[in-house]
Write a protein that binds this ligand. Structure first.
Ligand code: SF4
Ligand code: SF4
Length: 380
């Protein structure tokens, strides 16, 4: 973002305060300085020389990192101010000034060294992969696994592989050659390090002749779609499954007669406008009753997941609010398109003291899939 765009946003803001309505951070903290309106007022004073940066540096840095990047404020803003890219650009500026908050240094360092935020060795990224997919092969389709599915929630990755293998869908997996997509570094403002990850991934996509990349991680999907060259088609796994259902290649024949909430994770929903494909998949399961939050689709309040690393208590308190509403509506299972939402909802359920199951869509599906008939052996 250019300085002129920030100046334009600052002077476009009419200070109406609608941006506060769906902001998960403002709703929990309640101080004007963490609303977009409050930040715009501060930026205005800085631009006009009425406030000295050094005098408010610590509060300003905290306010810039106290944003989940969920874009709910943009949906509410009558003038359409996009705060999320402003925030991203400001974080890059802070990083360049050496002002990345101290508590984020360990995760930044581990991302750069091991290409994942969990502190695991990059040499074990592909350790979960079934042997029929090792080593990577030239292929038109690539399953981009993500750090969370590779290191923390293998069940997501195993489910994706099982579902697609069972219907004979051909694809490859990079294994240890996959890098983090770059999303966590982009969120920190570490643009140069993120660009290097992107460059390395693109090199591998080219090496294996990849044309279409699919991923079950909403954050990877958004990053691959927005920050990577347009040479590759990118699909979220829910788009691929929805397509396979419509083609009759993926069929569900087991019932699930329970109330289920599909949660519109921001990276897939508000950022990428994908709302119906995940719901179409769940509508294809016999007996499943879909429940909606009062604020759903583009109005969904963020789960707080992007703040898990920097403000973990705040993140789980935000999730607790969603989990409580779901529970009050009789929901027995929350399904997410994003492992970060899943992890944060589990933590929020603990805070809210609510018994509720939370799963990612691919984890949930295998037991409902109709078994494929094996082709009959040739006669004679
Ligand atoms: S992007 Fe989300 S968390 Fe950040 S200010 Fe807007 S509504 Fe609040
Ligand atoms: S909703 Fe938009 S115009 Fe109104 S205060 Fe917030 S950023 Fe400014």
């Amino acid at each position: 973002m250019k300085r002129s765009e920030l100046v334009e946003a600052v002077y476009t803001c009419g200070a109406c305060g609608y941006c506060r309505f769906g902001c998960p951070v403002y709703q929990r903290i309640g101080f004007e300085r963490v609303s977009v309106r409050g930040r715009m007022q501060v930026f205005k004073k800085l631009l006009e020389g009425k406030l000295d940066f050094d005098s408010c540096k610590d509060e300003l840095v905290e306010a810039i990192y106290l944003c989940a990047g969920c874009e709910n404020c943009t949906v509410e803003c009558p003038t359409g101010i996009e705060f999320s890219p402003i925030c991203e650009a400001l974080r890059e500026d802070l990083v360049n000034k050496g002002l990345l908050p101290e508590n984020l240094h360990p995760v930044r360092d581990t991302l750069i060294k091991e290409s994942n935020p969990f502190g695991e060795s990059r040499d074990t990224r592909g350790a979960w992969i079934p042997k029929q997919h090792v080593p990577p092969q030239p292929s038109k389709y690539l399953y981009f696994v993500s750090c969370t599915a590779a290191f923390s929630l293998n069940r997501i990755a195993r489910s994706v592989v099982k579902i697609l293998d069972d219907i004979g869908f051909q694809f490859t997996i990079l294994g240890n050659e996959e890098e983090c997509c770059g999303s966590p570094l982009l969120r920190l403002g570490e643009m140069e390090a993120a660009k290097e990850m992107i460059r390395k991934n693109v090199e591998k996509f080219d090496k294996y002749g990849v044309e279409t990349i699919f991923t079950a991680c909403a954050g990877c999907y958004r990053t691959l779609s927005h920050y990577y060259p347009e040479d590759f088609k990118v699909l979220h796994i829910t788009q691929l499954f929805d397509k396979l259902i419509k083609e009759g290649k993926l069929v569900f024949d087991k019932e699930f007669p329970k109330k289920v909430l599909y949660f519109d994770g921001c990276d897939l929903g508000r950022h990428m406008d994908i709302y119906e494909e995940p719901r179409n998949i769940l509508r294809a399961i016999p007996g499943l009753e879909l429940v909606e939050l009062d604020y759903n689709r583009e109005k969904t309040v963020c789960c707080g997941g992007p703040l898990m690393g920097s403000f973990p208590d705040l993140a789980s308190n935000i999730a607790a609010q969603v989990v409580t509403e779901a529970s009050e509506k009789g929901v027995e299972l929350i399904l997410t398109p994003c492992a970060t939402c899943l992890l944060n909802f589990k933590s929020g359920a603990g805070v809210a003291k609510v018994q509720i199951d939370v799963q990612d869509i691919p984890m949930f599906l295998p037991k409902f899939i109709k078994k494929q008939e094996k082709p009959k052996p040739p006669e004679g």
